[in-house]
Design a protein around this ligand. Structure first.
Ligand code: GLU
Ligand code: ZN
Length: 301
C-alpha cells in the first residue's frame, strides 16, 4: 500500500488539487493562495495535483487553462504536477484490498430503487455478495461518529452511519470516487496539511475513516470560507465561471488576500504577482482567516 513520503517525515507538504471541470474562479484562487502561503510561510513544499478522474465532467482545455492561470498569477509548485488519471493502478489495488477484507462490497441498486430512500444508503446489498460486474462498490461505514479539529472551523463531528451511510468508492460505470482518490494521493504525495474550501468539510470524516482502514497517516486540515456570489451562488465545481484574466492577477491576488483576512499594504497595489506572493508569504497569518463557512464576494471589493 502507499505510504507517506519517508524522505521528509516532519516537513510541511501542502497541495492544491483542482478539478478540471471548469476554469479556476475567484474561490479556487483563494484556495490555491491559502494552501500556497500556508506551505511557503514555513518553508514547506507545495504540490499541484490535477483531479482528472471524471472525464465526462471534464471541460476540454480546462487543465491547460488552470495551469496557465496559476503560472500567470505567479505560483510555482514543487516537482511535476501529478494527474490522478495516472494513478488508476493504485486506486484499483486499494479497492481490491478493501473488498478482500470485507470492508467494501458490490452494490447493484439502481438509482430508481434508491429514489424512495433520500437519506443514507439503506444497506440493501451489504450481505448480498453480488458480482462485481456492473455494480458500484461501497465502503461499509462503522456506526460511530468521526471528529477532528479544523484549524479554522474548529471541531467538526459527523456520525458516519447515521449521516452518511455506506458510500460509493467506485461508481457503477467504473469511475473512482473523489473520496478514495484524494485519500490515497494525499498519503502517496506525503501531504501533511490539507487546505481547501469548506464545501469539503463534510467529506473529511469519510476521508478520516478511509485513512484509518487503509493505514494511512492523517493530515492536518484547514477549511477556508467558501466565496459566495451576490446571487447566493456558490463558486464551485458545477458553476462555470469565466477564466481569471492574467492582467487581473495583481488586483485579484490582493482581493484574495483580503478574503483570507490578511492586510496587504497599500504599496502592493502596483506590485507584480510574484512580489505580492513574496510579501504575503512573509506576512502570512492563518489565525486571521475568517472563522466562517461562507464569505460574500460582494464585501471583498
Ligand atoms: N478537487 C477538489 C475540488 O476541486 C478538491 C479536493 C481537495 O482539495 O481535497 O473541489
Ligand atoms: Zn445496493
Amino acid at each position: 500500500m502507499p505510504s507517506a513520503n519517508p524522505a521528509h517525515p516532519e516537513r510541511y507538504v501542502g497541495r492544491f488539487a483542482p478539478t478540471p471541470s471548469g476554469y479556476l474562479h475567484f474561490g479556487s484562487l483563494v484556495a490555491a493562495l491559502a494552501s500556497y502561503l500556508d506551505a511557503r510561510a514555513v518553508g514547506g513544499r507545495w504540490l499541484l495535483r490535477m483531479e482528472d478522474i471524471d472525464p465526462p465532467r471534464e471541460m476540454p482545455g480546462a487543465q491547460k487553462a488552470i495551469v496557465d492561470t496559476l503560472l500567470s498569477y505567479g505560483f510555482e509548485w514543487d516537482g511535476e504536477m501529478l494527474c490522478q488519471s495516472e494513478r488508476h493502478a493504485a486506486y484499483r489495488a486499494a479497492i481490491e484490498r478493501l473488498l478482500d477484507e470485507g470492508l467494501a462490497y458490490a452494490c447493484t441498486c439502481s438509482r430508481k430503487q434508491l429514489e424512495a430512500y433520500p437519506g443514507p444508503y439503506p444497506g440493501f446489498c451489504r450481505e448480498a455478495r453480488n458480482s462485481l460486474d456492473d455494480a458500484a462498490i461501497r465502503l461499509r461505514v462503522p456506526d460511530r461518529e468521526y471528529a477532528f479539529v479544523d484549524r479554522v472551523q474548529g471541531e467538526f463531528r459527523q456520525h458516519l452511519g447515521r449521516e452518511v451511510g455506506d458510500f460509493v468508492i467506485r461508481r457503477r460505470d467504473g469511475l473512482i470516487a473523489y473520496q478514495l482518490a484524494v485519500v490515497l494521493d494525499d498519503a502517496w504525495q506525503g501531504v501533511t496539511d490539507v487546505v481547501r474550501g469548506a464545501d469539503l468539510l463534510d467529506s473529511t470524516p469519510r476521508q478520516l475513516y478511509l485513512q484509518e482502514v487503509l493505514g494511512l497517516p492523517q493530515p492536518r486540515y484547514l477549511h477556508l470560507p467558501l466565496i459566495i456570489q451576490p446571487d447566493g451562488h456558490k463558486l464551485g465545481k458545477s458553476y462555470r465561471s469565466p477564466p481569471l484574466q492574467p492582467q487581473e492577477a495583481s488586483p485579484l491576488l490582493l482581493r484574495a488576500l483580503r478574503a483570507l483576512g490578511q492586510q496587504p499594504k497599500a504599496e502592493l497595489d502596483d506590485a507584480l504577482p510574484t512580489e505580492i506572493l513574496a510579501w504575503a508569504t512573509s506576512h502570512w497569518d492563518a489565525d486571521r482567516i475568517p472563522r466562517t463557512r461562507t464569505l460574500a464576494e460582494a464585501q471583498l471589493r
